[in-house]
Design a protein around this ligand. Structure first.
Ligand code: SR1
Ligand code: MG
Length: 428
């Protein structure tokens, strides 16, 4: 049967209780009588239903795909098959990066439903960043996750046949890719019904974006790279809302946008969302300067995420390369080893340039496109919000149009630091 068709039905509380009561392992995990289970719908994402179910002895998280985009409604249908790709991606990520994704407990293809371990007391990292919380485990965990999932699904680790099979396994997730192609790489740069921004303050900036041909070329090159560069299995939506964390643990959730694409898209997503957290921080101050230490931590984190990711990825390449790319037989002896090492450095520089560009694209879409983020949205005073957003956009435009001019991550964080107190000219 095709993914998620046939007997699909949306499970609300009562139907979900009956469904779970019929699964002996989950019933035992929850404990007590099904009638006593507390079931709460907690989904605050853009697409799905998410339930937390708690029983006498344990809890679980249940995610069910809706046949439409939750944020917009039934007028925007979306294939249920995304639940299949999410489950497949989570399974692969669990094998490659153990302990960094939620444990999978059950999957029903027809219902487009997945049951996972309940992550408690983890919270969505974006919410923590808005509150000014620092995450000491984050750098090590997210860089391990990215280095291992990207390296081991790439041509550096897989044979050509394995790689092509893997690409094919995710190729059907194109409806989710199309969301990204439209909402990130196209709509913010043209008049589109679903666009929105902090009006009237950013009206001028929004209009400038629509006229900026250098930016249109740069975003189009990134779009082509996104569409036509199946380098590795991407999470596909790796923002801070797809990460649940505590001080001592990190879990990456929600890979329903998974497909084979350019590695810089995932790395750029992490960096962009930290940078947006940085620029939003000033808007959350209750007293001038009270969040400076947090902001210093955020920029240090940005530096460390790239540097540690790069170090771990290169280490894997040096020690675990078993793929068909860069055949060992072409790089023999000391001369070969030295030339290959230089090539590895050049590869990482190209990946860094991609990362810078994709990070910029990820930023601009959250300020002018359909789906915004709470980092900025929770800044109540729209003028203050617009100031934070305009700073982020100024950095993002430079990063997109002149990505290669940012040679190191310190170039990015240095530029961000300089914009911290920049006063933009606002419209209105
Ligand atoms: C219509 S979906 C909008 C956004 O939500 C998801 O989290 C992705 O970021 C997508 O672009
Ligand atoms: Mg999501």
């Amino acid at each position: 049967m095709a993914h998620g068709q046939g007997d699909y039905r949306i499970l609300q509380e009562a139907a979900l209780r009956d469904y779970l009561a019929g699964l002996p392992d989950l019933k035992a995990l929850l404990g007590g009588e099904p009638a006593s289970w507390a079931i709460t719908e907690v989904g605050d994402g853009n697409l799905n239903l998410v339930f937390i179910v708690k029983g006498a002895s344990g809890g679980i998280a249940v995610k069910q795909a809706l046949p439409y985009v939750r944020l917009v409604g039934e007028s925007w249908p979306l294939p249920l098959s995304r639940a299949h790709y999410e489950y497949l991606a989570l399974s692969r990520q669990a094998a490659l990066a153990p302990g960094l994704v939620p444990a999978l407990l059950h999957h029903n293809e027809t219902l487009a439903l997945t049951v996972m371990e309940l992550l408690e007391p983890h919270i969505i990292m974006r919410k923590g960043l808005v509150a000014g919380t620092r995450y000491p485990r984050f750098v090590d965990d997210i860089t391990t996750f990215m280095a291992r999932t990207l390296f081991f699904t790439s041509d550096l680790a897989l044979t050509a046949a394995e790689k092509k099979e893997a690409i094919a396994a995710f190729a059907g997730n194109h409806a989710l890719c199309k969301i990204t192609e439209d909402l990130i790489f196209t709509d913010p740069y043209r008049t589109a019904e679903q666009n929105r921004w902090t009006a009237p303050y950013l009206d001028g900036l929004a209009a400038a974006l629509r006229e900026d041909m250098e930016l249109h070329v740069a975003i189009s090159r990134l779009k082509l790279k996104f569409m036509a560069s199946p380098e590795a299995l991407l999470h596909g939506d790796l923002h801070t809302g797809s990460i649940m964390a505590t001080a001592s643990e990190t879990r990456v959730i929600d890979p329903e946008f998974a497909f084979y694409g350019p590695m810089g898209f995932d790395v750029g997503a992490v960096l962009a969302n930290l940078l947006m957290g940085y620029f939003a921080s000033a808007g959350h101050e209750r007293a001038p300067g009270e969040r400076r230490e947090f902001e210093t931590w955020v920029l240090e984190t940005v530096d460390q995420v790239w540097n540690e990711f790069s170090r771990k990825f290169l280490d894997l390449w040096r020690s675990e390369a078993s793929g068909d790319a860069y055949p060992v037989s072409l790089f023999t002896g000391q001369k070969g080893a030295m030339r290959l090492e230089a090539e590895r450095q050049a590869y990482m520089q190209r990946l860094f340039t991609d990362t810078v560009g994709f990070a910029a694209a990820k930023t601009i879409r959250r300020i002018f496109g359909l789906a915004h983020n709470i980092d900025f949205e929770l800044i109540e005073d729209p003028r203050k919000r617009a100031i934070s957003e305009a700073r982020a956009v100024r950095l993002a435009r430079g990063m997109m149009v002149e990505a290669a001019a940012f040679r190191t991550i310190a170039d990015v964080t240095g530029a961000a630091r300089k914009l911290r107190d920049w006063q933009p000219e606002l419209s209105g």
